[in-house]
Design a protein around this ligand. Sequence first.
Ligand code: 2NE
Length: 270
Amino acid sequence: FAWEKIKDYEEIKFEYYNGIGKITINRPHKRNAFTPLTVIEMIDAMTHSRYDDRIGVIILTGEGPDAFCSGGDQSVRGHGGYVGKDGVARLNVLDLQKLIRSIPKPVIAMVAGYAIGGGHVLHVVCDLSIAAENARFGQTGPKVGSFDGGFGASYLARIVGQKKAREIWFLCDQYNAQEALDMGLVNKVVPLEKLEETTVEWCEKILEKSPIALRMLKASFNAELDGQAGIQELAGNATLLYYLSDEAKEGKQAFLEKRKPDFSKYPKFP
Ligand code: 2NE
């Protein structure tokens, strides 16, 4: 595919092709473990994807065949979080997780090799996951003195069920692509050499669909789980649709013209 670079970064790649934005963690020497900078760059690219009207679907992936992402880079883990070049310790991947869920466009994890630890949680929070046959999934938190009790626990349990989610976290075993498919953790498994082709095909099918319907569906799936934040997202979309109506425009226009609004001609639907 003729991917065009959108912007230069140090630790990720960000490319465009035919309605698709592709964000690639580019630290293959560390199995694509993320540092605070990797996450800052992913948040920037994800935010760009949100505002870029050409982009309808986002692929999140890792460079090379060996890893999607192996979680937080343990060599920069310090006192209270992952330490950036500014010396500040933080866990900013949680902000990225929230962004992946709230961006009103489908995000697809394209997984080759390891999706482990915080890297596993990243694919979990994506809307869809397509795995290569060499993919391996798992959490390592309790082995390395960490855990993700947010989406990494509760949303995982919604996907695979409570017993399986507890097994995944308590045993820290790894699961192959077929096992992941069997537990509903991924949508499809394909040979490694077909991974990008299949993911782009799925993106193209999605891109043929109504953007507002997709946006409403994503917010609806989130609303059921995300409490007030989920309702806020869904309600924001309702406001968007209302703003598109003549009825809402009459309210704004009347204010600007310093007159009483006339809503009498708008229907009171049963
Ligand atoms: C991913 C895995 C299973 C791959 O194993 P293998 O045998 O294919 O590769 P290897 O040799 O372990 O890794 C290659 C190089 O990448 C580094 C390794 O240290 C190694 O470096 P060199 O020896 O060549 O110098 N590397 C891999 N993962 C790394 C990481 N996460 N941080 C720093 N360096 C890493 C195997 O590498 C593995 O098990 N990796 C560790 C997975 C892990 O425990 N991740 C952190 C979980 S905690 C977390 O992510 C987290 C959270 O729990 C809550 C919130 C946010 C984050």
